[in-house]
Write a protein that binds this ligand. Structure first.
Ligand code: PRT
Ligand code: ZN
Length: 289
């Protein structure tokens, strides 16, 4: 068994670019010219398998790949016992019930006895049966929206992100039932059974975590009257040890800290109100806890 970590990623589609960008941002060099289906990285023991997203959970389950990046919807639909190692938080979408405009929808109970077209029968049926509703899935692998017009289904359960496709096909989203983002999956046993591969994977994860942690965080530097330092520490919060540097003028200090982007503007305004000046905000590329 060679010690190369094999990762299955989508060949071309909504997940491809972001999946590969994550790996690339981990400092891993590869060509990816779109024609090769299998490729080794130049500077890290990892091999890429470029495949259809539907096949990724199966490849990981069968050991063709060790890990994979796939939509949680595809993973849950297959129902294999794999490990979801990280939520990568991109390709967000939901599975929703959508009905034609003349369908009198009053809640999931309205689906009793109906024909529902979907590419995700297992997810749909498990949600409906948990509510005691029985319906007939009409399984199609694409163009789900057309099934109502052509008369093979009463309504649909499909992936929605903006909702434009449903509108264009005369359907109305009435109830989201499931939410998905891209996840990294791994075979449960390989981490314990294949020590060297597990070590390579741990190195990859450490790099990925450094990227994920840095995402949405800002490095903030500012000057502050020294007497307001405690207030500043409280405003920023969560700082173990704010870096505080004395300035030539002894009444002032320079402070440096990391702030989550979601809190940035409220922190900024509060810092201004206690006299912070020269606030400088920088993006963080990578960081560790
Ligand atoms: O060829 P391959 O089998 O690899 O690709 P695919 O065509 O099966 O998948 P792809 O690339 O379309 O989607 C891959 C994954 O992206 C899905 O499994 C989801 O996890 C995620 N994702 C995120 C989406 C969407 N957003 C999305 N909007 N997958 C599909 N859609 C489709 C949806 O099916 C519908 O037709 O987009 C349409 C709706 O979009 P809106 O924006 O009009 O609502
Ligand atoms: Zn697919």
């Amino acid at each position: 068994m060679d010690n190369t970590l094999r990762i299955a990623v989508q060949k071309s589609g909504r997940l491809s670019e972001k999946s590969l960008n994550i790996i690339r941002d981990c400092g891993i060099d590869f060509g990816c010219d779109g024609r090769v289906l299998r490729e080794r990285a130049a500077n890290f023991p990892i091999e890429f398998l470029y495949v259809r997203d539907d096949d990724i959970p199966t490849y990981v389950k069968d050991g063709v790949a060790d890990i994979g990046i796939v939509g949680r919807n595809e993973y849950d639909e297959k129902g294999y016992q794999l490990e979801v190692v990280r939520d990568l938080k991109f390709a967000a979408c939901r599975l929703s019930i959508a009905v034609p405009h003349d369908f009198d929808y009053k809640g999931l109970e309205s689906l009793e006895g109906k024909r529902i077209a979907t590419s995700y029968p297992n997810i749909l049926m498990s949600i409906l049966s948990a509510k005691g509703i029985s319906a007939t899935p009409v399984v199609v692998s694409g163009s789900v929206e057309i099934t109502v017009q052509v008369g093979i289904a009463d309504c649909i359960c499909d992936i929605v992100s903006t909702g434009t496709t449903l509108k264009m096909n005369g359907l109305k989203e009435v109830e989201p039932i499931y939410w998905s983002t891209a996840v990294m999956i791994a075979r449960q046993n390989f981490l314990s059974d294949e020590k060297e591969k597990a070590e390579i994977f741990a190195r990859l994860l450490e790099r990925m975590d450094a990227l994920m942690l840095a995402k949405n965080k800002k490095y903030v530097l500012f000057n502050l009257p020294a007497e307001r330092l405690n207030e500043a520490a409280e405003i920023i919060g969560g700082m173990k040890s704010p870096t505080v540097t004395p300035l030539m003028d002894k009444d002032w200090v320079s402070v440096q800290s990391v702030v989550g982007e979601d809190r940035f503007w409220s922190v900024f305004e509060k810092l201004r109100s206690i006299g912070a000046e020269g606030i400088l905000v920088l993006n963080i590329e990578k960081m560790t806890e």
